[in-house]
Design a protein around this ligand. Structure first.
Ligand code: GDP
Length: 245
């Protein structure tokens, strides 16, 4: 594994698999960075911008992606495209199935380093997004907020919507999650978001490689360390309840 520049320069992006559930995901040997948001938030466009190629189909039909799509980047980390939530027109049975897969992935994937929770910067706080962020907090899932489509509205509106959202969620955290902005249309935010991944990868790399009791690899141990350390840092522990979205 190279010592630096894990992600800022993406030299390879290889489709790994489309997993219908956690059991179908590949082994946990590489750190994973997951992207999720309400359908139509601009996730596919952002992933294509980050990868520098057409990773996910930019879909004219919201909710197209129902599987966990996994890509191996630079041979050393994985980009995970999680199904969008809150798409009312998906049949009820399908909805519960993909929500279950996301629920399990977010709660049990030990090599999950960080979730990028995408929010539309042109909208005031949406109930479903607030519920999702509260769920992330309750389950101590490490995440950052990414406000998309900043080209669509004025900078003042973007700022007002970000402030309204972060004010609303502040009481759920001892330390507020980091906030980023981006626009796939204006090609803004790429270095900042890839920089977050680079920083996390550098931190994982700095964790000494240790033999695990079951003979597992040190990189997995590092990924788990990153997940636990970050969530302990930012999230208050909260009582469990079933996922709201
Ligand atoms: P997904 O459903 O979250 O994957 O969203 P898509 O990436 O498919 O985008 C949904 C719609 O928003 C499409 O019509 C895109 O062209 C549009 N879109 C995505 N990103 C941006 C952006 O940064 N700015 C603007 N103005 N439109 C965007």
């Amino acid at each position: 594994m190279p010592l630096q520049f894990f992600s800022v320069n993406i030299s390879s992006a290889i489709f790994n698999c489309s997993a219908p559930d956690l059991d179908s995901c590949p082994d946990e040997s590489l750190p994973e960075f997951a992207f999720i948001g309400r359908s139509n938030v601009g996730k596919s466009s952002l992933l294509n911008l980050l990868a520098g190629k057409d990773l996910a189909r930019v879909s004219p039909t919201p909710g197209f992606t129902k599987l966990i799509n996994i890509f191996t980047m630079n041979q050393c980390w994985r980009l995970v495209d999680l199904p969008g939530y809150g798409f009312a027109q998906v049949a009820r049975q399908d909805r519960s199935r993909f929500n279950q897969a996301v629920d399990e992935y977010l709660r049990h994937r030990t090599n999950l380093c960080l979730v990028f929770a995408l929010l539309d910067s042109g909208l005031p706080p949406q109930a479903i997004d607030l519920e999702f962020v509260e769920w992330l907090a309750r389950h101590a899932v490490p995440f950052v907020l990414v406000f998309t489509k900043t080209d669509k509205v004025s900078a003042a509106t973007v700022q007002a919507n970000i402030t309204a959202f972060t004010d609303h969620i502040a009481r759920w955290f001892e330390k507020s999650p980091a906030v980023f902005t981006c626009s796939a249309a204006a090609r803004r935010g790429r270095p900042e978001l890839l920089g977050v991944i680079d920083e996390a990868m550098t931190a994982i790399q700095s964790v000494p490689i240790q033999a695990t009791p079951d003979g597992g690899s040190g990189s997995e141990a590092g990924a788990m360390t990153g997940r636990k350390a970050r969530s302990r840092d930012t999230n208050k522990s909260r009582p469990d309840r079933s996922r709201p979205w």
